[in-house]
Design a protein around this ligand. Structure first.
Ligand code: NAD
Length: 264
């Protein structure tokens, strides 16, 4: 992939640490020659993110809370000034109260429902409003979702409802921005042990289940996601928009494994 992203500038939002899906994608893009801007949320993450940014030669690093319009505006103002244009953007952000990522969906509170939708869904639309203006030569945008949007998964609850809305917004954004040559896609990643995932009830069991029942008999890594992201973000994905691409070792399409499957 050397040189695949040469001359391209991209913003990657949602880096918390070296376990983040955003990190897998950032590394893949940087290795392919892209110039990157990174955002993280709040001072607490700064000391972890700075050395990672340095490792990739990142020049634009900003604190951004997507629930605050002024904070999002500031990031795009910084990029407008530093770069004047943008070729790609990655939205790897989601949040919900972990007390509601266990037990029953029916018990979701109004406050957490609204907050989860705001941070995990609206934020993608909000950043695309700003990115559109900077993507003067067209562009590619990517967000991250999970199978819990399409099917009921244990403990995923309100996050599943939010991801369903996020996936629908990918399609609406793809139509609105397609005329300007901006492609909008989502990767539906299999379970990966990250900070965000650690808030989900029984997450270790979910990992084990996916490993045992996926066609590849393994879980995916942030680098598997990074490589598929590279396809969607680069010219290799030039004809693809509004797409939901599963990077989950094939788990999403399995109905049931055979009783005599050798490994059960
Ligand atoms: P992560 O904890 O590394 O990343 C989540 C990021 O969201 C963090 O950087 C956090 O700071 C950021 N964030 C939360 N609230 C924010 C706010 N108000 N403003 C700005 N940033 C905010 O975990 P991850 O698993 O890499 O998550 C990235 C994306 O991938 C999320 O959308 C998640 O739902 C999705 N995803 C994760 C998995 C998985 O199993 N880990 C599977 C499928 C999809």
């Amino acid at each position: 992939t050397t040189g695949l992203m040469a001359g391209k500038r991209g913003l990657i939002m949602g880096l918390a640490n070296d376990k983040s899906i955003a990190w897998g994608i950032a590394k893949a893009c940087a290795d392919a020659g892209a110039e990157l801007a990174l955002t993280y949320q709040g001072d607490a993450f700064r000391k972890r993110v700075v050395p990672l940014a340095e490792q990739l030669g990142v020049t634009q690093l900003a604190d951004c809370d997507v629930s605050d319009d002024a904070s999002v505006d500031a990031v795009f103002a910084q990029l407008e000034q530093a770069w004047g244009s943008l070729d790609f953007i990655v939205h790897a952000i989601g949040f919900s109260d972990k007390n509601e990522l266990r037990g029953r969906y029916v018990d979701t509170s109004r406050g957490n429902f609204t907050m989860t939708m705001d941070i995990s869904v609206y934020s993608f639309t909000s950043v695309m409003q700003r990115a559109e203006k900077l993507m003067k030569n067209g562009g590619s945008a990517l967000t991250l979702t999970y199978l819990g949007a399409e099917r009921v998964m244990p403990h995923y609850n309100v996050m599943g409802v939010a991801k369903a809305a996020l996936e629908a917004s990918v399609r609406y954004l793809a139509e609105d921005l397609g005329k300007d040559g901006i492609r909008v896609n989502a990767i539906s990643a299999g379970p990966i042990k990250t900070l965000a995932a650690s808030g989900i009830g029984d997450f270790r069991y979910i990992l084990k289940w996916n490993e045992m029942n996926s066609p590849l008999r393994r879980n995916v890594t942030i680098h598997d996601v990074g490589k598929s992201a590279l396809y969607l973000l680069s010219d290799l994905g030039s004809g693809v928009t509004g797409e939901l691409h599963h990077v989950d070792a094939g788990y999403h399409m399995v109905g049931m494994k055979a009783v005599d499957a050798p490994d059960i």
